[in-house]
Design a protein around this ligand. Structure first.
Ligand code: MG
Length: 232
């Protein structure tokens, strides 16, 4: 498929809203813990740090997020010498599940830009996370038919990008990665020799922040998804 240019496109916070659902549930969790008097002065910091630390044990997505909230809740109970309550376990589990099942809202320009890009390029959707959860979102998005291939990976690092190049027979010179995360979409793709386009999202999870790696092809920065039409 290397007769045309290939665009690898990220999904969460590039094609549709994602991080804001997690942010909403974090704030609700913090409010709940404060109401219950559970380490109110530091609960938010503990949760945010634990969420990032737990990625290497639980991966990404709603299951990991739920486990982390439950873990932090149980620890707070132990610190405050309080019993773990089922009603709170249920509330927290329900909140976590919602982050895997939210309705998909496409970001500005996505709907009209994908068919234009599809006409002139090979499109591959490349997203990281829990496979079933990501495939569910892709299905709900209604844009899966624009992509020749869809790949869900557990992590986005240089070796994953190299295996994508290998598996699809791509030429890195004519391959571009497009996404919102410097850490997952831009830097490792650049290290694998691809071109990169960063489309920043209004809120970025702390885990995804990073300085742009400067030793490679220039990274194009766009305001929104429709800017891709002028490039490709
Ligand atoms: Mg993303």
């Amino acid at each position: 498929m290397n007769h045309k240019r290939t665009l690898l496109i990220d999904a969460d916070d590039t094609l549709w809203e994602n991080n804001r659902f997690f942010e909403g549930e974090i704030l609700a969790f913090v409010a709940l813990m404060k109401k219950e008097g559970l380490i109110p002065d530091r609960i938010e910091k503990v949760l945010r740090e634990r969420e990032i630390a737990n990625v290497k044990y639980y991966g990404y997505g709603s299951r990991s997020f739920t486990k982390t909230m439950l873990e932090v809740y149980k620890e707070a109970c132990s610190i405050e010498k309080r019993p773990v309550e089922n009603r709170l376990i249920e509330l927290i589990s329900g909140a976590g599940e919602r982050t895997g099942n939210y309705p998909i809202t496409l970001l500005p320009g996505v709907e009209k830009t994908l068919p234009v890009l599809r006409g002139k390029n090979n499109l591959i959707l490349l997203t990281k996370g829990h496979e079933k959860e990501q495939l569910g979102k892709i299905k709900r998005s209604g844009v899966s038919h624009y992509f020749q291939h869809i790949r869900v990976v557990p992590e986005k690092n240089e070796s994953i990008y190299r295996s994508v190049i290998e598996d699809f027979g791509l030429d890195p010179e004519h391959t571009w990665m497009i996404g919102n995360s410097p850490k997952s979409d831009i830097n490792p793709a650049k290290k694998a020799g691809m071109g990169t386009v960063l489309i920043p999202y209004h809120t970025t999870w702390a885990h995804e922040k990073d300085e742009i790696f400067e030793n490679g092809r220039e990274t194009v920065v766009l305001e929104d998804f429709s800017g891709l039409v002028g490039l490709f």
